[in-house]
Design a protein around this ligand. Sequence first.
Ligand code: PEP
Ligand code: MG
Length: 895
Amino acid sequence: MAEQTPKWVYSFGGGHADGSAADKDRLGGKGAHLAEMSRIGLPVPPGFTIATDVCAAYYENGRKLPDALRPMVDEALVQMASFSGAQFGDVEHPLLVSVRSGARASMPGMMDTVLNLGLNDQTVEGLARRTDDRRFAYDTYRRFIQMYADVVLGVDHGLFEDILENYKALKGYELDPELQADDWIEIVARFKSLVEKELGLRFPQSLGDQLWGAIAAVFGSWQNARAIAYRRLHDIPDDWGTAVTVQTMVFGNKGDNSATGVVFTRNPSTGENELFGEFLLNAQGEDVVAGLRTPQPLTKQASAANGNGKLSLEEAMPEAFATLKQNCAALERHFRDLQDIEFTIEAGELFMLQTRTGKRSTQAALKIAVDMAGEGIITQEEAVMRIDPAQLDQLLHPTLDPNADMTVLAKGLPASPGAASGEIVFDADEAVHMKSQGHTVILARIETSPEDVQGMHAAAGILTTRGGMTSHAAVVARGMGRPCVAGVAAAHIDLERETLEAAGVVLRKGDIVTIDGSSGKIIKGRVSMRQPDLSPDFATLMEWADGLRRMDVRANADTPADARHARDFGAEGIGLCRTEHMFFQANRIVAMREMILAETKEARRAALAELLPEQRQDFIELFEIMKGLPVTIRLFDPPLHEFLPHEDDAIADVAEAMGVSIERLKRRVAVLSEFNPMLGQRGARLLVSYPEIVDMQARAIIEAAIETGKELHDRVRPEIMVPLVATKRELDIIKDRIAETARAVEKERETTVAFQVGSMVELPRACLVAGEIAESAEFFSFGTNDLTQTTFGLSRDDAGRFLGEYADKGIINHDPFMTLDAAVGELMQIGVERGRAVRPDLKIGICGEHGGDPETIGFCEKIGLSYVSCSPYRVPVARLAAAQAAVKNPAVTDR
Ligand code: PEP
Ligand code: MG
């Protein structure tokens, strides 16, 4: 019953639309934005969008379109006819349409499209008469047959290409424009025979069947392999479905006053406020994206900068360009963000075919957000919310050292900024495979297609020999934050032999290559890299973010060098100094091993006495660098397998230092070896058994605090942290020992130091008894690495082997060692609640790897943590993520 069927079809065109930008969930991004453009009076070819609910109905119905859809589509087709005068199926004035996908989230190129639909043996003649252009009509018909047969009927696209290439060779034609009407008529006949031969069926002549077939095929493409893979990669739910938009065709291939192109309202690579894009004269839309012909620049300025002598749109069609410019400004103001627009000019008349939020490099995202806030288009808070914290990482990565020696093999388009070195591979699956084996790879392709997306994701960088700045490779790499050099025409890739040849050099699979996505250079071998100079926009945005956030951001820093980096990136203290890491260097590890391997208390004390001055000196430096900001120093937590010597050389060194025989030392190593070192005598357990370690470390900390520069002395705030605590009693024993040493040092030096003693919370038991632990602990810090390990019962050191398979099989969505698992989060929440029930002002942080993960930071905000701590390079990411979390959770109050 029709009245019970929801509205499934939304018309647009002629300054009206049934839907609007607010209907993105049901009309998809493309459909909703076409409706909105139509509403605000931009020249949009009329059409209609079939809502995403129909996609669900199509699959529920066993891949069949629901019957109730037909009358709605018929009505919408009639409405389209009333706009343009052309009618679907009218032989004298045929209406041609495009049938396109459009999901709620942009999935560029992943689903199917059919263009030029509405032609059969009769209407093609009508089109020829009406346009007075048989050549155009039959060229359009052959394009349609090829695309429809490929997308809807499943005939391999390459077979049509072969026919076309053979025909051209036979006639001695080099380029398509040389083909005349009769040629296209002949090719249409050959294409139709091919379809008959392949399928045993005539190419469909019923326009209704064509349309219905195309709509079903586009809905069907929601479940094709590449769309599914793309959704996995971008966390797009399978049940969203796609909408289908049917729209009046406009033709950019109607001669030299027709064109088609792509324009960004600002430069998506740099963020400059200038129109940026490309167009092709006398071409159809897909030609630009496919990157098969070299496009021309839009503006006079870009054409001058490129220096390839190609006329810009501004020069070739000044009027259409001026209208395009106005429309771009209107769209940007309306949507309040960078727009990525497709347009077509048919016989001098401009049409807007699509607008969407433009993907951009991180550098551009920053500049655009800060500029737009400055221009009053958005607020500062919105600017902060616009930047994806995970993407910020890109800006913090190294770039090529300009003074380095390098052999530049070729230059292409600087399609996505950043530099990367790695082993060259020529196949996307191979890139994925090699990455899983721990290799860093650069993926080299002639051009990329959506099938390559996972390989692009696995690669550290991408290079293509074909395609422009808006080609697939460029757009996708920019969105992923991978460096990319596109269109390296001077390089030749042989996919069979897996070689890249340029400037007389042949690179074979596995050879090292460096690409620079900022300059477009392809370089032989590895090149030294340099830290980036962050733009003033970065500082501005960070300042706005800092003004919004509630949680502090600290860094995990073990050495003075780390601490300096951390300060440079804006860390507000050290949240974790792993003191055992202070002894990783070759010249220090022997003393550490001596201490661990000592057989008697005296021997251990002697080894500790050697470590003391070095520890004290390190702490003094840390305190000085941190200038009164909190510094959390964790007492030794050496999982024994990481610190025991295994190699003969190392054993010999330690034996010599200890003055014992190699044999004896080996026996001692054997005695100390554990079956499960991660769950063995680590952390608090080691400190309980060997309290002399606590004595040494507490002394080093307190003495360092006293010896730190006079003016800083009173401000130094050491926070001494005990690792792997499971019971209050463990903490009490160690805390008492610290207090005893502190009293002794304070007495010797006749001064006092304000320090605190707190606990790592990194075992499920600690979360559960957090109330008891909080009676003694003056602060908590969640060690989510161990908490994840012990909650899952999953070894940190071994999980890598099978977590990949777990992700493939859908057992886990994320690596729980990177993004916090919900169950681990629940334990943290219990820890927070029980800890603060006893000590309401308990300061609580997180210092596991998750402390730099934006999603986890969002969770930390919700449960009211006081700070997050992460590696120095992730500090800016964490500052931004913490600001965004605070904006999203205004109810969380300060601790
Ligand atoms: C943790 O377990 O999360 C932690 C920070 O400590 P470590 O990684 O040193 O075990
Ligand atoms: Mg730990």
